[in-house]
Ligand binder design. Sequence first.
Ligand code: FPP
Length: 216
Amino acid sequence: MDGNGRWAKAQGKSRQYGHKIGSSKVYDVFKQCVKLGCESATFFAMSSENMLRSDEETEYISLLLKSSIEEHFSDLLLNKTKFKVIGDITKLPDDIKQVIKNAEDKTKDFTDLKLYIAYNYGGQWDILNAVKSLVHKNHAITTENLNDYLSTTDDFPDLIVRTGGYKRLSNFMLWQSCYSELEFLDKLWPDISDHDIKLIFDQYLNTERNFGRIKK
Ligand code: FPP
C-alpha cells in the first residue's frame, strides 16, 4: 500500500493524515476483491524496514491497525472471514496485541475468506523464522516443510499488486512470490478505486500461468 505520504503531501496534509485515509481504504478494497471472487488477501501495512521510521509515524500506524480491527470486527464475524496479522508484533503495546489476538482467536476456524495484514513483516524474516523452527524441531529442511512454517502456512499469492509507482517487492513474501503475477499500479494507495481493481483482476484472468512448465 505505497503512496500515503506523497498523497498527503499533494494535499498539503500530514503523513499521518495520508495513513489515516490509506487505512480507511483497506476494508473497502478487500470487499471489492471478494466481490470479484478473491478469497484471500494480505495487505502490506508495514515492512520490517518501515519500522525504522519515526516513533511518531510507527505508533500512529499501530493505532490505525487497532482501530481498523475494532471497526470491522463484527463484519469479519458476519462474513466468516479469518483474520490474521503476519509479522513480528511482539513489541506492540499489550492493548493492541490483545485486540489482534481476540480477532484472530474468534475468526480462526473460518475457511471461506481470509483477510491478513502484514505488519512489521519481512520476507527475509519469514524465511529465517521458518528455517529456525525446522532446525529447532529437528525437521528436514525441505521445500514442503518450510512452506508449513511460513507465516502464510502454504498459502501463496496468485497476484501481488503494488501501488505508488515503484516496481519492487520491498521484502514482501520473497519465498511465496516465486510464481505470483505482479502488477504495479501507477497510482497512490489512497487513490485506488474499485474500477482499478476490476481492471487488474480482468488482466489477471487473461494471463496464462504455466508455473515454468512447458506450454501446451
Ligand atoms: C507506504 O506509503 C505506506 C506505509 C508504510 C504504511 C501503510 C499503512 C497504512 C495503509 C495504514 C495502516 C492500515 C492498517 C489497516 C494497518 P509511504 O508512507 O511510504 O508513502 P510515500 O512513498 O508516498 O512516502
